[in-house]
Design a protein around this ligand. Structure first.
Ligand code: OGA
Ligand code: NI
Length: 374
């Protein structure tokens, strides 16, 4: 193989930086590119690894298995029947240990609210460009931001995705800080998700053999960081990803997706589709949960494929405080009740602030948790 010179490498890199900057300065994201009628994926988005993977797969086996068996958990009458609750706790525990991913149905959030939330995020991304551009920003100390690829300047490849970000808890933005087009539904949906979060933390605490209020008391349900993704249709889906493979950083994530599909989870070294179920919410655990549960609960890699159909809309609600000084000095490590002589702590303690800053200072697909492993 011919070697490339350092000069050439620098030139390529230089071009990439220039192209990223030019893309960023349009303030119109991937949607802007698609609207301009492009028929090929620009180079900055091309993911070589995906190309290789797809080539190999065509020769060997299908890319995914349909309905990969990700657990579906019914929360009906959870608080009315203790026997039923015990059963649900057990299923949740098993899903958290073996999968790190599950879907919940009959969770108490009306389907009309879920549908309206998807419509609200679609509305934000599809509104008049000039209005939307006012939110375009990379200052993450602001509670409300819209941009394409939060890691644009340090990720290896750019993802086919635009995102609206809102930090909704512990202190909600003032209503007027939220985009008018989705203001009411953002507030309504996030209030519902906060309540569901408490329920889920109760179930997860019990599944670890702790009292119901344990994880809530240590602040796992305090912060809510919401992102409304828009994945425009992609002319060459085999060349680029909507979201690169990653684990989430917080305690857990509640994900609402529309019917387009594309979300996949890495289970036993195989990418499985997370099917769309109308009215369901997808739940996945994050790195902080794996840390406090001392590796019992798993934070699992997942990614989003692109599609010629679309756009695809999804809303991820991360349970995690986001901005210092909130929760800045509280230390999190493996929960004391879960460690013993036979079961020593596997991670160092960390503050959310340090954890979040190391999460954002690396590529999306590398692991923050490994740095804390003892
Ligand atoms: C995320 C994420 C999945 C999706 O935002 O962390 O994994 O379906 N999103 O958009
Ligand atoms: Ni994620």
């Amino acid at each position: 193989m011919a070697e490339i010179s350092l000069e050439e490498a620098e030139r390529c890199n230089y071009n990439r930086q220039n192209q990223l900057k030019a893309f960023d300065e349009t303030k119109s994201g991937v949607k802007g590119l698609v609207d301009s009628g492009l028929s090929k994926v620009p180079k900055i988005f091309i993911n070589q690894q995906l190309k290789l993977e797809r080539n190999n797969i065509q020769k060997q086996e299908p890319l995914t298995s349909i309905n990969g068996g990700i657990p579906i958990i019914d929360l009906t009458r959870l608080d009315e029947d203790p026997d039923l609750r015990r059963g649900i706790v057990e299923t949740v525990g098993e899903a958290c240990e073996k999968w790190g991913f599950f879907q919940v149905i009959n969770h108490g959030i009306p389907v009309t609210t879920l549908d309206a939330m998807i419509d609200g995020i679609r509305g934000f991304h599809e509104q008049e460009n000039e209005t939307k551009k006012e939110y375009y920003c990379r200052d993450y100390t602001r509670k409300v931001n819209y941009n394409s690829n939060f890691d644009l300047y340090w990720a290896e490849t750019t993802n086919w995705r635009d995102t609206l970000t809102c930090v909704m808890a512990p202190r909600q933005p003032l209503p007027q800080e939220l985009p008018i087009i989705c203001r009411d539904i953002l507030i309504e949906y996030s209030n519902e998700v906060m309540k569901l979060g408490q329920t889920l933390l109760g179930l997860m605490s019990e599944a670890l053999g702790l009292k119901r209020g344990y994880m809530e008391e240590i602040g796992c349900g305090e912060g809510l960081f919401m992102v409304g993704h828009y994945y425009p249709p992609c002319p060459e889906p085999e060349l680029t990803l909507g979201t690169s493979s990653h684990t989430d950083s917080g305690f857990f994530t509640v994900l609402l997706q529309d019917q387009i599909g594309g979300l996949q989870v890495l289970h036993q070294n195989q990418w499985l589709d997370v099917d769309f179920i109308h009215g369901a919410l997808v739940l996945n655990l994050g790195d902080m949960m794996q840390l406090i549960s001392n590796d019992k609960f798993k934070s699992v890699h997942h990614r989003v494929l692109t599609n010629k159909r679309g756009p695809r809309i999804s809303i991820a609600s991360f349970f995690r405080t986001h901005l210092p000084p909130e929760n800045a000095s509280r230390l999190y490590g493996p929960i004391k009740e879960l460690v013993s002589e036979e079961n020593p702590p596997l991670f160092r303690e960390t503050t959310i602030k340090d954890f979040v800053s190391s999460y954002y200072s690396k590529a999306l697909d590398s692991s923050t948790l490994q740095y804390l492993r003892l």
